[in-house]
Design a binder for this molecule. Structure first.
Ligand code: PMP
Length: 406
């Protein structure tokens, strides 16, 4: 079956690559986590069923091979996001752990009382709370950049807010609620103009847009594998080599040391310094397969496909009187909405009866909910397996919700 979006040429048809999506089910929760394509499942299965062993320590061939595969995954990630070297890639559990690593290691060693960190009103809790933990320990000040009326981080406001006291700007590349895309190159220029570093939370960007950290000019970039069609439990922190070199370890244990003795321990160079303990070996192989999968389709094609679905969804939902749409029209793969007088949880429950899976809630972005003046939103988010039929099913479900609630 071909997924036709009409004349825009953005059609992708990859539904059959995803065995966990049954016929007739519209999975519209990719922003929470993406379904897994067969090549990713096969890579994980082969690793556990055929080639499994530990990395780093083994002298036997199987372990040496697994170490090569682990390091090949690191190189693959480096190429995928345009890192200058694979040594700039630290494997972590996910974006949450990546941001906590930067906060605990870079933050605690670089931030002093009175220093400022600029976040935005639309950040995910994982890019707010780690900085509040640092605030409690160091006395830094946290500022929140406001949003434009259509739900973008207002970089004009950021420019006016930034001062030499700002040491870090940490922003979402793409909002997990509104889908709004940040002008990341401008954000880098603004941060660097006052001597601050720029951290980007790329969770929702990496599955939807081509990302090149060198071209962006940022200093830290984090993302999670499971939103990129890869497994859970594996994610990436990229940081410029000079920063990683100067950062102290944040967790101690095996694999991160140079030499351990009771008279003093020395640490391995990055990235090993930040990968204490046995890593999620098979997770990195799954991530490698996921990157191969999305690059074979092409991120420009994925972005065009999701943009066409967003446009269709905004048109169909926007045509219904009771629906309030949030975010800009050019959102990347994500549409948040509300229906007057209906709690988003009820929308989600009724849509589920129609075989449409959406997310309802605060999406780990409570400051944004407060800013929008709602307790929660309903959110539909798209991936390479979605097509226009899913959008039509969503729109039909929303009509039913409106009928039920009169
Ligand atoms: N940032 C954004 C923008 C997200 O969408 C998410 C996941 N919802 C996270 C951070 C946290 O990712 P994880 O839970 O995989 O660590």
């Amino acid at each position: 079956p071909s997924t036709s979006l009409g004349t825009n040429g953005a059609a992708l048809d990859h539904l059959s690559d995803f065995p966990a999506i049954p016929a007739g089910w519209a999975y519209l929760d990719t922003a929470a986590t993406a379904q897994k394509p067969r090549p990713v499942i096969a890579a994980i299965d082969a690793a556990y069923a055929q080639t499994y062993a530990t990395v780093h320590r083994g002298v036997y061939a199987r372990s040496a091979d697994m170490t090569l595969a682990y390091e090949a995954a690191r190189r693959r990630v480096a190429g995928f996001i345009g890192a200058a070297s694979e040594n700039e890639i630290v494997f972590v559990r996910g974006a949450t752990e990546g941001i906590n690593l930067v906060a605990q290691s870079w933050g605690l060693s670089h931030l002093k009382p009175g220093d400022r960190v600029l976040l935005s009103m639309l950040e995910h809790h994982s890019n707010i709370v780690p900085w509040q933990l640092i605030q409690e320990r160091t006395g830094i000040v946290i500022d929140a950049c406001p949003l434009t009326e259509d739900g973008r981080i207002d970089l004009d406001a950021a420019e006016a807010m930034l001062t030499p006291a700002h040491k870090l700007v940490a922003l979402a590349h793409v909002s997990n609620v509104l889908g709004s895309i940040l002008d990341v190159k401008r954000a880098a220029k603004l941060a660097h103009a006052v001597g601050a570093k720029l951290l980007l939370d790329g969770c929702q960007a990496v599955p939807r847009l081509p990302v090149n950290v060198g071209e962006i000019g940022c200093d830290f970039y984090v993302f999670s594998g499971h939103k990129l069609y890869g497994p859970t439990g594996i994610g990436v922190l990229w940081a410029r080599a000079e920063f990683l070199d100067a950062m102290p370890p944040w967790q101690g244990g095996g694999a991160m040391i140079d030499r351990v003795s009771f008279s003093g321990t020395t640490y391995a160079p990055p990235p090993a310094r930040f990968e204490a303990g046995t890593p999620h070996i098979v997770g990195t192989l799954g991530l490698h397969a996921a990157i191969d999968y999305v690059e074979a389709i092409g991120l420009p094609a994925i972005h065009a496909h999701e943009t066409a679905l967003v446009t269709a969804a905004r048109e169909m939902l926007g045509a219904q009187n009771s629906v309030r749409l949030f975010g800009p029209d050019d959102s990347a793969g994500i549409v948040s909405f509300a229906i007057e007088g209906v709690h988003p949880h009820d929308i989600g429950t009724i849509l589920d009866e129609n075989q449409v899976a959406i997310r309802a809630g605060h999406h780990c972005a409570q400051p944004l909910m407060e800013h929008l003046g709602v307790p929660a939103t309903a959110r539909a988010s798209f991936g390479v397996y979605n097509n226009l039929k899913d959008v039509e099913r969503l729109a039909a479900g929303i009509e039913r919700v409106a009928r039920i609630f009169g």
